[in-house]
Ligand binder design. Structure first.
Ligand code: ZN
Length: 66
């Protein structure tokens, strides 16, 4: 699992909940990262583009045809 230190902003991997930050050794402020993977973000952006393009294309098509 991936953790993020809110003190020094270090992101690190740990098998179980870490007692302290490996860099600045604070014991509080360690947050479990549950962020969206980059690949999923890119896929979402691509999907949004496709949907937008199809909507715009549909509107333009109606304008041209009508
Ligand atoms: Zn730290």
């Amino acid at each position: 699992m991936r953790y993020h230190c809110s003190s020094c902003h270090l992101a690190f991997d740990a098998a179980e909940e870490p007692g302290e930050c490996p860099r600045c050794h604070v014991e509080a402020g360690l947050e479990l990262q549950v962020g969206v993977p980059l690949a999923v973000k890119l896929f979402g952006a691509l999907l949004a583009c496709v949907i937008t393009a199809s909507v715009v294309g549909g509107v333009l098509g109606r304008l041209v045809a009508g």
